[in-house]
Design a protein around this ligand. Structure first.
Ligand code: UT7
Length: 317
């Protein structure tokens, strides 16, 4: 399986740390020094459907693949206003596609999880061209009256067209059930037969320090394992494309693995954490800047709610 086109759909509105400081007790100094984030895009008058459709169209154009030739659409999403049908199903209609489609939710590890699913279908010969769309709107699940989490996230969509090829080497997905460290529990509709206590619905809840520690240790372990399983040495790898949650997390992973700065690119400063959309956005930037070339060995790694992690090795074709 190989990636043949990537695309991005970003909200128009850039929200700086100073703008957030008008709503919660924080400062640009605190946010930029503790997270590296200086601004993020937040949905205002657009919809997540618009952004996902835009990202998908760009990826299809770059891949030179017509929507009619897409065999499957996988959409990665944590939350959006539609519980059903799937977001992928709605984006399918906007694209004029007729292929099957479904959503997955593996939080920030969603893109790599979708890659793994796509690889399974492509390797089996069932499908040839698969469109992955990651569309995330974390700004609508965080608490904008509290400073803990709203400063971290940005909204965005990104997409990739994947097809038959030899790019993907290994992919490893792990889950450790720890819902309490990072969760958002949505209130369901009234049901006259429910007798159990159903209080405690709140915006996104996060134990930041715990997530930080787990992110670093899990990502370091995942990367070591996939690099070893691929038969590579760490120094063979040209680029580490990591989930963009916090610059300090990225730096800590880099230092644990003793990697040179130029091999660990980041854009969290401008995008914040866009959940599963992060990795294809960064990949798209690196490709546009000509920083990835044919034959480059790439490692992907992502982590998030679950606690779920994913990492993969890839040779750019
Ligand atoms: O995809 C995964 C999504 N989640 C994450 O990636 C979260 C990972 N964790 C983190 O990025 C960091 O833990 C945070 C950025 C969330 C917090 O940074 P920290 O260095 O771990 O800070 P802390 O939680 O230890 O808090 C230090 C202080 C506290 O004040 P006191 O108790 O020392 O007086 C907090 O109340 O900073 C305070 N604080 C803030 N101050 C200004 C917490 N959030 C803020 C804020 N602005 N936004």
């Amino acid at each position: 399986m190989k990636i043949i086109g990537t695309g991005v759909g970003l909200p128009r509105l850039r929200v700086t740390n100073d703008m957030i400081a008008k709503y919660v007790d924080t400062s640009d100094e605190w946010v930029s020094s503790r997270t590296g984030i200086r601004e993020r895009r937040i949905i205002s008058d657009e919809t997540l459907i618009d952004l996902g459709t835009q990202a998908a169209k760009e990826a299809l154009a770059k891949a030179s693949v017509d929507i009619a030739d897409i065999d499957l659409l996988i959409c990665s999403n944590v939350a959006n206003s539609y519980v059903t049908p799937s977001l992928g199903c709605i984006i399918q209609g906007k694209l004029g596609a007729s292929c099957p489609c479904f959503d997955i939710n593996n939080a920030c590890a969603g893109f790599l999880t979708a890659m793994d699913i796509a690889d399974g279908y492509i390797s089996s010969g069932k499908y040839k061209n698969i469109l992955i769309v990651c569309a995330e709107e974390p700004s609508r699940i965080v608490d904008w009256t509290s400073r803990e989490a709203c400063i971290l996230f940005g909204d965005a969509a990104s997409a990739a067209v994947v097809t038959v090829g030899e790019g993907l080497q290994k992919m490893r997905i792990s889950t450790k059930s720890m819902p309490d460290v990072l969760y958002y529990k949505r209130k369901l509709e009234y049901n006259p037969f429910v007798t159990k206590n159903e209080e405690g619905f709140k915006p996104l809840q996060m134990n930041g320090r715990e997530v930080f520690k787990m992110a670093v240790s899990a990502s370091v372990a995942d990367i070591k394992k996939v690099v070893e399983d691929t038969g590579w040495k760490m120094e063979d790898v040209d680029m580490f494309v990591l989930h963009q949650a916090n610059l300090r997390i990225i730096e800590s992973i880099r230092q644990h693995l003793d990697l040179p700065e130029e091999k660990v690119p980041h854009n969290v400063e401008r995008s914040g954490n866009t959940s599963s959309a992060c990795i294809p956005i960064l990949l798209n930037e690196l490709l546009e800047e000509g920083k990835i070339k044919k034959g480059d060995k790439i490692v992907f790694s992502a982590f998030g709610a679950g606690f779920s992690t994913a990492a993969g090795t890839y040779i750019w074709e």
